[in-house]
Design a binder for this molecule. Structure first.
Ligand SMILES: [Zn+2]
Ligand SMILES: [Zn+2]
Length: 308
């Protein structure tokens, strides 16, 4: 069961020949979730052979152009492709009238259902769930309201310890109720708690996307223990004042969030176009949190299933 993140754009506001602005795709169990949609997103999706039709949910972190301006073109393309399935967009409420103005002006007759979901910029909230996954939005601190997103795989169903089936002569209905979490009363009247009868075969995986934001210790609380954290690191720490003025984070601060949160891996990105080579930012991050990586457009980070 796949759980991977592909980075479509790892740059900040100014696109360069190497880095487009922000967009990511999460593949969770063969469903694609688009996170931010900067200019160039649909070309990147094509280039990386990620099927546009597999996207049914788009999450927009905030309404700066380097996270949003690819959305209108993508919506138009979907219409040209004859899309019929519904498309859900999660964004701050101010986008809704702009979205409809664009769609009504540029799309002759919308063939698919477009559903807008307003984010709560103030509190953590569960904004979506399906049978495998749920998505939380978390408030970030930027120049305008901004949200991060945490994608959490649901815990897999309980497995029953096989040797206990014979020992307690369990029938099909016993097995079904134990798998649903019930305890067992044995033929001798002994109560056996569910935890002794069952196990979860795999650990649930998680991915957090935090861009754009000032450094905030609260973010570390929100993303505690995630397997993969993408955190913006627009500047190196020698430009801390600039980071503060513009509502951004330094590589050192992003790594501090990763360390404090005890995440599995950190990927830094949203690099300022002033950095032709981001090695110094990665070095800075690794000093604080060794398991750090620098995002590149087209990179995929897979989180393998781990047995418990
Ligand atoms: Zn940005
Ligand atoms: Zn921004």
């Amino acid at each position: 069961m796949i759980f991977s993140v592909t980075i479509l754009g790892s740059g900040s506001a100014l696109p360069t020949s190497k880095r487009l602005p922000s967009a990511h795709v999460l593949n969770a169990h063969e469903r694609l979730f688009l996170i931010d949609c900067a200019e160039g997103t649909q070309m990147q999706l094509r280039k990386l052979k990620l099927r546009l039709s597999k996207i049914e949910h788009i999450f927009i972190s905030h309404l700066h152009g380097d996270h949003t301006l690819g959305l209108f073109g993508l919506l138009s393309t979907y219409n040209l492709l004859g899309r019929h399935t519904a498309l859900h967009i999660y964004a701050h409420k101010e986008l809704e009238p702009i979205l409809w103005a664009n769609v009504n002006f540029f799309v002759e007759k919308l063939r698919y259902k477009l559903v807008f979901h307003a984010l709560n910029p103030k509190d953590k909230e569960c904004i979506y769930e399906n049978e495998n996954l749920y998505v939380e939005s978390i408030p970030l601190k930027h120049r305008i309201p901004a949200c991060g997103f945490i994608f959490r795989e649901k815990e897999c169903v309980l497995n029953i310890r096989k040797e206990l089936i014979d020992r307690y002569e369990l029938g099909l209905s016993d097995i079904a109720s134990i798998k649903n979490g019930a305890d067992l009363v044995s033929p001798t009247g002994e109560l056996i708690p569910n935890a002794e009868l069952t196990y979860r075969p795999f650990k649930a995986r998680s991915y957090a996307y935090c861009s754009d934001t000032l450094y905030s210790a609260t973010v570390a609380d929100y993303v505690k223990g995630v397997d993969l954290l993408y955190h913006e690191a627009t500047f190196a720490h020698n430009l801390l004042d600039l980071a503060r003025q513009t509502g951004h984070t330094t590589a050192h601060q992003a790594a501090t969030v990763a360390k404090d949160a005890g995440v599995g891996q950190l990927v830094i990105g949203h690099f300022s176009s002033r950095y032709k080579d981001v090695t110094p930012l990665l070095t800075e991050a690794k000093r604080v949190f060794p398991c750090s990586f620098a995002a590149n457009d087209g990179d995929t980070y897979s989180i393998p299933r781990q047995r418990l």
